[in-house]
Design a protein. Structure first.
Length: 599
């Protein structure tokens, strides 16, 4: 049951134009309850009971004051004996219930934080690359910290504030009406005046909160970017530049926080003034009554104390509304991650792709990035099963984009890609990607054991198979020398290993997967000559008998390719073997001449 203050607020708010922001706030709160809070309804009910105990104990105070003052006036021995005991009992009950309620609230919200973070991470790792590329990784990671914290704080205050203060106000309102219903209506007459200004402040706070959270993400990204390139920054003496760029972000975030603080600071003084107006009415009315002998000092003290406690809770409603707006903005950002549906997904009726021989065909394939930029145009190419094909061309020619179409990291916007004559969009993603192994320029090693990093190629592989993969990848020499061998922790991003060692571990992973199609994106471009030779030997063994597509940076590594495809501007401009393309004197010959300084 709502108290008159809440009814007055809703009545005043109903006269305002319905704003989309407010609708979204209600939608966010409704969804938060439906999807994340409701599974814990039993603990929430217990929490509600504890809140009711706290509110009930608070509502007893004015009645105890009235009873005690009236007893003191009459020198009642019962009041003198039992008043202190009753106060201690009320305080003890309230304190114990308040402690238990806060512990339970924190336990519930911490679990919801974990649930949301797990769901967000799952949504992000399943998202399309095009979606992930829209935001810096550090800014995305900020949603797991700042947004979750803001939402946590908002919901915590919503539970403890709205329910506890609401029940407290309800109980105190009942006490006020019981003491003097006519004076209560006089005192509450100014409350509807608070609805419109607080509503306006809340809407402004929501907009500021959304911008603040976005700016906080940018700040995280800017700091991460600067620190990740700190060696280059020091070498080129960029400390001043980085500090200035980061300072701009810090200053922008500071201004937003000051604006938010300014909006929040307006609420309490406004409500304080309304409370003062109500208190003035009480003094005016009840003072006249005392002078006329119709009210006692005990009634006056009980009413004023109840009004002051209720006023404090009502002021909390104004601050709570501002907090809810900020939490709603955070919830909206979180749910936008959860609601993003991957465009690259299984078609209705998609079937599992059996192990393929590996013939790949591009049939008039085109690809446009979001925004209309064309990356590939009319690509038609057949890669025979078991052959080794090299893609060469200047930066931005479309080589990586073409390769990414095969495991459907992107989908062609026109034409079709087939494997063994089957359109890859008719196969399930899991079965398609099970046919493909990837070795890239950046050797991705996770902070886990060496065995687990290799074992990601085949989660069901046993220990001997993992060890054999390490041997085949020319990695066993340094793995066996580790303190705990395969059980050694690789460290964050595998930084305990050199670039060549990390690359050989990823080759071992690919060998363990034993996929019929191998994609290699400049796997040796960042290695020195000695490391390159070891990695090249491992790659030769890995590519044997598989359909291999390799993006070549060093043309000397692809002389033996069955076919070389030269690309420029998103098109295939020539194909052939090494000697044939040199004889043509086209793009490949130009690239070869530039790289080897031939006349």
């Amino acid at each position: 049951m709502a108290d008159p203050a809440q009814k007055a607020y809703r009545a005043a708010a109903a006269t305002l134009p319905r704003a989309p922001v407010e609708t979204r706030t209600l939608d966010v709160l409704a969804r938060l309850w439906r999807d994340w809070l409701r599974p814990y309804w039993r603990r929430l009910v217990l929490n509600l009971v504890l809140i009711a105990v706290v509110a009930g104990a608070t509502s007893v105070y004015p009645l105890l004051i009235k009873w005690s003052l009236e007893g003191f006036e009459t020198r009642s021995l019962d009041v003198i004996r039992f008043a202190p005991v009753l106060v201690i009992i009320a305080v003890t009950i309230k304190s114990a219930a308040l402690y238990a309620q806060r512990l339970l609230t924190n336990a519930i919200l911490s679990q919801i934080d974990c649930d949301l973070q797990r769901a967000m991470y799952g949504a992000l790792v399943r998202a399309d690359l095009a979606t992930l590329d829209k935001e810096a990784p550090a800014a995305t990671a900020n949603r797991f910290t700042t947004d979750i914290l803001v939402l946590h704080t908002s919901v915590e205050k919503l539970i403890t504030g709205l329910i506890r203060d609401g029940l407290t106000v309800f109980g105190l309102l009942a006490a006020l009406l019981w003491i003097d219903w006519e004076l209560t209506l006089y005192a509450l007459g100014a409350l509807p005046l608070a609805a419109i200004p607080i509503g306006n402040i809340g809407r402004r706070l929501r907009r500021i909160a959304r911008r603040s959270q976005e700016e906080a993400g940018q700040m995280t990204a800017r700091v991460a970017e600067g620190l990740s390139g700190i060696r280059l920054s020091k070498t080129y003496r960029l400390e001043g530049y980085l500090t200035e760029k980061a300072g701009e972000t810090f200053e922008s975030l500071r201004r937003l926080r000051v604006r938010a603080a300014d909006q929040r600071a307006r609420i309490d003084p406004f409500l304080e003034a309304l409370a003062g107006l109500g208190l003035a009415i009480i003094f005016w009315v009840i003072g006249a009554r005392i002078a006329a002998g119709t009210n006692s000092i005990g009634e006056f003290m009980a009413f004023v104390s109840s009004f002051l406690i209720a006023g404090q809770s009502l002021r909390g409603f104004g601050t709570l509304y501002a907090e809810v707006q900020q939490g709603s903005a955070a919830g909206e950002r979180i749910f936008s991650v959860l609601d993003a549906q991957p465009k690259i997904a299984d078609r209705p009726g998609a079937v599992a792709l059996p192990r393929v021989t590996g013939e790949i065909r591009f049939d008039a394939v085109g690809f446009d990035y979001e925004g209309g930029a064309a990356a590939l145009r009319d690509i038609s190419l057949t890669i025979p099963a078991g052959s080794k094909v090299a893609l060469v061309g200047r930066s931005g020619a479309g080589k990586t984009t073409l390769m990414n179409l095969i495991p459907r990291l992107y989908d062609a916007t026109s034409g079709a890609v087939t494997i063994d004559g089957r359109d890859i969009r008719d196969a399930t993603l899991q079965s398609l990607r099970g046919q493909v192994a990837v070795v890239g320029q950046d050797a991705v090693i996770f902070d886990d054991t060496v065995a687990r990093n290799i074992g990601f190629g085949d989660p069901e592989a046993d220990r001997p198979a993992i060890e054999q993969a390490a041997r085949d990848a020319q990695a066993w020499d340094f793995v066996a020398a580790l303190p705990e061998g395969l059980d050694t922790q690789a460290g964050e991003r595998g930084l305990r290993f050199s670039g060549g060692e990390r690359q050989r571990l990823t080759i071992a992973r690919a060998m363990l997967k034993d996929a019929p199609i191998l994609l290699m994106d400049e796997p040796t471009s960042a290695l020195d000559a000695e490391a390159e030779e070891k990695v090249r030997q491992a790659l030769d063994r890995l590519s044997h008998g598989r359909t291999t597509l390799v993006i070549a940076h060093r043309l000397s590594t692809i002389r033996d390719a069955d076919m070389i495809v030269a690309m420029d501007g998103g098109r295939i401009v020539e194909t052939g073997r090494h000697e044939e393309l040199l004889a043509k004197g086209g793009l490949y010959a130009d690239l070869h001449r530039l790289q080897f300084r031939e006349g």
